[in-house]
Design a protein around this ligand. Structure first.
Ligand SMILES: Nc1ncnc2c1ncn2[C@@H]1O[C@H](COP(=O)(O)OP(=O)(O)OP(=O)(O)O)[C@@H](O)[C@H]1O
Ligand SMILES: [Mg+2]
Length: 256
């Protein structure tokens, strides 16, 4: 579904990702890990068609990422790392979720009854239907994340990109959010890419881990990626690793 082939992404004078070659299959649940500045958000921007590789290629749905049109982008739901939300901007929960329909609505067409039904269903799926009329800025961080996931789901996407969705919310809300993502993945048969610094939270859940630090250091099932040799190549020699029944447990130094 998503193919990177020797793809290099640069910002003016910074190489964010270099010579990346990997494949993400339809239906795969992949965790994207790596320290700050390792290229995780850039990886997502590439898939969204917001940034083109300066060399190599990136194909999404059999389409070169430089040729992606609105109808391709509408198939990808995105939860950005930092949602730009002014708490005083007067926008309701329903209006935020409705933004997910704009890709298929096109410019200037007003939302139909069917769009409103999809938005209500999406808010219901994340447990936020009761808050439909509330100003978005008055919700807690975890509730806002849920509404933003509803916005992505309202798109009826095939791929869901989540950039650190659990950062900054309490442990209980994190667990609820993870359960929600797993449930949505099942109901909508989604391919999910989940960026996080919390390796131990994500590794028992995912099919694969993608370990980045400008280059691709590993991609594979968590048990194959979470080895001392591979992790110390990215995080340095101070890696603590203990083996649990299901998955290795790791402690790496990754200051925020
Ligand atoms: N808009 C930008 N302009 C210039 N350089 C950028 C820009 N965005 C990111 N970079 C640089 O590209 C590299 C990769 O950044 P990216 O945001 O992809 O990392 P990340 O893995 O998502 O980091 P974090 O864990 O902190 O979110 C970093 O060196 C960063 O400083
Ligand atoms: Mg990032």
């Amino acid at each position: 579904m998503i193919w990177f082939s020797h793809a290099t992404f640069v910002y003016r004078d910074v190489t964010a990702l270099e010579d990346l070659t990997l494949h993400i299959a339809e239906g795969e649940f992949a965790g994207i890990i790596g320290p700050n500045g390792s290229g995780k958000t850039t990886f997502m921007k590439g898939i969204l068609g917001l940034m083109a590789p300066v060399s190599g290629t990136l194909q999404v749905f059999d389409c070169d990422c430089t040729k992606m049109r609105c109808h391709h982008r509408a198939r990808i739901g995105y939860l950005p790392q930092k949602a730009l939300t002014d708490p005083y901007y007067p926008v309701t929960v329903q209006e935020v979720a409705m933004m997910g329909r704009y890709g298929s609505l096109g410019l200037f067409r007003r939302p139909s009854k069917a769009d409103r039904v999809i938005v209500l269903e999406s808010l219901d799926a994340v447990g936020m239907a009761d808050a439909i009329g509330r100003p978005f800025g008055t919700l807690s961080g975890g509730q806002q994340q849920r509404v933003l996931i509803a916005r992505a789901i309202a798109q009826r996407p095939e791929v869901l990109l989540l950039d650190e969705p659990t950062t900054g919310i309490d442990a209980t809300a994190q667990h609820h959010l993870i359960d929600l993502i797993l449930a949505l993945r099942r109901s909508y048969h989604l391919t999910v890419l989940f960026c996080t610094h919390d390796i131990n939270m994500i590794s028992p859940l995912v099919d694969s881990l993608i370990l980045l630090k400008t280059r691709l250091h590993a991609k594979g099932p968590p048990k194959e990626v979470l080895t001392r040799e591979i992790l110390s190549g990215v995080y340095g020699p101070e890696v603590a690793l203990s083996t649990r029944e299901t998955c290795p447990y790791v402690i790496v130094s990754d200051a925020h």
